[in-house]
Ligand binder design. Sequence first.
Ligand code: GLV
Length: 326
Amino acid sequence: MTQPNVFVTRRIPDQGLAMIRQACAVTIWEDELPPPYNVLRAEAARADGLLTLLSDRVDAPLLAAAPRLKVISQMAVGFDNIDLAAATARGIPVGHTPGVLTETTADFAFALLMAAARRVSEAERFVRAGHWRTWGPTLLMGQDVHGATLGIIGMGRIGLAVARRAQGFAMRVLYHDRAENPDAKALGAELCPLDDLLAQADFVSLHTPLTPETQGLMDARALALMKPTAVLINTARGPIVDHRALYEALVSARIAYAALDVTDPEPIPPDSPLLALDNCLIVPHIASSSIATRTRMAVMAAENLLAGLRGERLPHCANPQVYGRR
Ligand code: GLV
């Protein structure tokens, strides 16, 4: 029996790859950088399955030129790089990897929160530059995390996991979402309007998906509502924050600090003015990057892919409405 053709857009952890190799004829894009769009489109044109990452643009023209495609499996929880409506219209299920990365991502959001509060990356640069001459009574003073108010925008799985961590630091937790989350309520977190959250929080952490409603949510108006001592943490998606407005807010000390795992665009251009600021910590979209979690994500992405190729329902499907059409 001929094996299905699968295109894997980067070398993923071995455990996932081995599962795919057992059942499929696999082409892997071996470069560190994503395949250019025209390569992805040409590969998709002959593929039965695609395993994608969030840096791959899967749009309607690509899907229209992929007559054999039965499944797209994204190794990420987010899938804003994929035109879900176009995939659904074609009856193509799209897999993703929710759940497995929740705790790891929440760990990292908290790591950024603490690093920004206590100016860890600045302090490390200070030492490496040879500036550490003595114990300084006012040296690199930061802000306390314990007892502070945390504002969580988007109380989904990851937001809730961050709220649980905040409990250990005796933080007051406010959150903004479309509706009350009973699990968050049970933790003592308070649902509140966005503007109230922004005005009261010492730390604002973003955990919403990127949608037309959340794009640019943290614009100049929103940033102006934050306390001048406040810290913004983004482990969600870069375009939720207006980066020009963020630069203005940081450079004029309208807010104290930002810690970004995600930027707009990604990677951040080396000449971005944000990179020149001491009060902006930027890391390269690594919140889910623990060995165990990235391995689990690869296995889950392989399971979704193989299920789709067998014509079975994907264990984790971003567009379950495709099944309603059958
Ligand atoms: C990472 O950002 C993901 O969506 O998994």
